[in-house]
Design a protein around this ligand. Structure first.
Ligand SMILES: *Cc1c(COP(=O)(O)O)cnc(C)c1O
Length: 356
């Protein structure tokens, strides 16, 4: 039976992306590899129509966290100061990363069920000058909340502070306005872009690279960017994962780009939400505050997560538990990946059965 991954990455692959993994063996010091690397870098910028003179897509071999760590450790300059917005696991992870690299930082923490408080952000930036950067998670996968990036960006612009965005679970599936005061966005191949795990990336403003710090070794964004610009690479990349990313980017383009993908995800997420509502299962967040990529639902008292998970898995659907304090009270369903309308219809039926 085909298994559909409804967890927040890795995703169900399309046949063409899966087949791309069988491309020819490549030495990463040969021109064929650098053609592949160039194609991936150009393809990533073209998802949001970014100008290569202003922006660089820098590839890393690692998971999404590698890209987030590279961004935070590199883009906050030596002597810079970071304010991290926390309302879930991934904001808290950026604080842990700042701590590891000895970056001067503070946090603005909110309840996991709340959006970042823009008034509190404004007050903190006004009362505590010296912040150079604010780090924010665009789509906080912990709950499925989509952050008001334009709102955060407007506050930052007022205070002359730059933004670092964890876009790992939004890049390719949600709107990302690079006209905001963004210095960098971290992303990964195996979420909304529908590639395989192994390659992550930072889309960084070239002007920000000029003042980047050299805190990290493997994750040093400056060296990665410089060498990739010269058709070079410092380390051995996940070659097969790059094949898949290039194929996945072509597929995204042919399917109508991020807007079409956003629309499809939204359509699927609504179908799942309506199906669940009809059997009395309600969303964790208020309407209109979730992403289209993943949504969280309250687990009724009558069903344990383990039973729900195992029953769905028997039907070929892998769902995802809550994390931390939400582990026992919610479940999460992502509609990323190569899912058809018919697959989603069957999922809705299986869910209805599970809760009736
Ligand atoms: C998935 C995810 C990450 C990275 O997770 P990895 O397991 O390292 O790929 C980072 N931030 C967000 C918001 C995510 O959803």
């Amino acid at each position: 039976m085909t298994v559909f991954l409804l967890n927040p990455g890795p995703v169900t692959l399309s046949p063409r992306v899966r087949e791309s993994l069988l491309g020819p063996d490549l030495c990463h010091r040969e021109p064929e590899f650098f053609d592949l690397q160039d194609a991936a870098r150009a393809g990533l910028l073209s998802v949001y129509d970014l100008d290569p003179a202003q922006w660089a897509a820098v590839l890393l071999t690692g998971s999404g966290t590698a890209a987030v760590e590279s961004m935070v450790a590199s883009v906050v300059p030596a002597g810079g100061r970071l304010l991290v917005l926390e309302n879930g696991v991934y904001g808290e992870r950026m604080t842990a990363i700042a701590e590891c690299h000895g970056i001067a930082h503070e946090t603005l923490s909110g309840d996991w069920l709340d959006a970042p408080d823009l008034d509190a952000l404004d007050e903190r930036l006004a009362s505590s000058p010296g912040f150079t950067h604010v780090a924010v998670v665009h789509h906080e996968t912990t709950t499925g909340r989509l952050t008001d990036l334009a709102g955060v960006g407007a506050v930052c612009a007022r205070h002359g502070v730059r933004l670092l965005v964890d876009g790992v679970s939004s890049f390719g599936g949600e709107e990302l306005d690079f006209g905001l005061p963004i210095d960098a966005v971290a992303g990964t191949a195996n979420k909304c872009l529908h590639g395989v795990p192994g390659i992550a990336f930072v889309v960084v403003r070239r002007a920000a690279l000029a003042s980047a710090a050299r805190r990290a070794y493997y994750l040093d964004l400056t060296r990665l960017a410089a060498l990739q610009d010269q058709r070079n690479t410092p380390f051995t990349p996940a070659v097969q994962s790059l094949y898949a990313l290039v194929e996945a980017l072509a597929e995204l383009r042919e399917d109508g780009g991020w807007r079409a993908r956003h629309e499809r995800y939204g359509h699927y997420a609504e179908a799942v939400g309506e199906g669940l509502r009809s059997v009395g299962v309600t969303p964790l967040l208020a309407d209109g505050t979730s992403s289209v990529v993943l949504r969280s639902y309250r687990l009724p008292d009558t069903v344990t997560y383990a039973d729900l998970h195992d029953g769905l898995k028997d039907e070929g659907f892998v769902i995802y538990a809550g994390q931390g304090e939400l582990a026992k009270s919610i479940f999460r369903i992502s509609t990323m990946g190569d899912l058809s309308e018919a697959d989603v219809e069957r999922l809705v039926g299986v869910l209805a059965e599970a809760f009736s």
